[in-house]
Design a protein around this ligand. Structure first.
Ligand code: R5P
Length: 319
């Protein structure tokens, strides 16, 4: 007997509590309202979620970065589960920031691989697809056994820096892991490339050993996937300044900005720090030279194309 094919109805965009402003930005770009959801707590702190609209047969997109607190992850899993049990036709986890992605290998005895565990949890909860942005390593896509569309924030940054008409710009990779990203920026900004030989004597401690490349008298751009404590980019900026760099710019997709980050970035020899809104930034972590660009439009296009079964590969291009 032929299988009964149930047509997918419209799409619904849901948001967890981790970054509602970004979800609203995506909704605005798509010209839709966010689907009504109740997220509340039991007296002991346990999370309760309920989707307050019918999603049966719908293409459901759930926006939630998985940065700390871990409640963000629990909310995401509960929302996926609720959508699945409400008979959504397809569930896409829109994960602007993949928290726990740095724990991607067993590089010491008896450690967890948090990135893989989170991928398993999202899949087991019932997600059919993942839409992500600037994973810490691109190959993390392979941690999911469901389709992953992996976007880059680079086009958003590149158009910002093109307007600045930087002179003789050198794009400086703050470590080996960022080299590919930095080369991409250098190509698109008609700049040259340099790289920093970084050492981490301890977790969250960054030490510059050497700068490979010419920076004297030139504007420098340091791109990274994330700024956590800002140890990496501020140590890099100081090393570049010592070598005679002119203006130094820093950009990073994910503004975790924990602990001393705001104070370090404010006092470092950096002209401007540009980040995106993948992670909500608390007011106390903002500082005057911080510029926040939105990836809402980019994610909205990806949601639209996914729903329409159109290619999203044009959005991966860094033209
Ligand atoms: C390192 O591999 C990452 O790309 C970032 O450079 C790093 O996680 C940033 O951490 P922090 O801001 O604490 O130096």
């Amino acid at each position: 007997m032929d299988e009964l094919v149930v047509p997918r109805r419209g799409f619904k965009l849901l948001s967890g509590g981790a970054n509602r402003l970004l979800a609203e930005e995506i909704a605005r770009s798509l010209g839709v309202e966010l689907c009504k959801v109740t997220i509340s707590r039991f007296a002991d702190g346990e999370i309760f979620v309920r989707i307050d609209e019918n999603v049966r047969g719908h293409d459901v997109f759930i926006v939630q970065p998985t940065n700390p607190p871990a409640d963000n992850i629990v909310e995401l899993l509960l929302l996926i589960d609720a959508a699945r049990r409400a008979s959504a036709a397809r569930i896409t986890c829109v994960m602007p920031y993949y928290g726990y992605s740095r724990q991607d290998r067993k590089d010491q005895p008896r450690v967890a691989i948090g990135a893989k565990l989170l991928a398993n949890l999202i899949t087991t909860a019932g997600a059919d697809r993942v839409l992500g942005l600037d994973f810490h390593q691109h190959q993390l896509q392979g941690f999911f056994d469901i389709p992953v569309d992996h976007l880059y924030a680079a086009p958003v940054f590149v158009s910002h820096y093109r307007k600045k008409h930087l002179k003789d710009v050198v794009v400086v990779a703050p470590d080996v892991g960022s080299a590919k990203m930095a080369r991409g920026f250098a190509k698109r900004l008609n700049g040259t490339f340099a790289i920093i030989d970084k050492r981490r004597p301890a977790s969250n401690v960054s030490e510059v050993l050497n700068v490979v490349g010419e920076v004297d008298g030139r504007d420098c751009l340091i791109p990274d996937d994330m700024i956590d404590t800002a140890g990496t980019v501020t140590a890099a900026a100081r090393a570049l300044k010592d070598l005679g760099a002119h203006d130094i710019y820093v950009c990073a997709t994910h503004p975790l900005l924990s602990g001393p980050a705001a104070e370090r970035l404010s006092s470092a020899p950096i002209a401007e720090v540009t980040v995106t809104d993948t992670v909500a930034i608390a007011n106390e972590h903002r500082f005057p030279k911080l510029v926040v660009l939105s990836v809402g439009d980019l994610l909205a296009k990806a949601v639209r194309n996914t729903h329409d079964d159109q290619s999203v590969s044009s959005l991966f291009e860094l033209s």
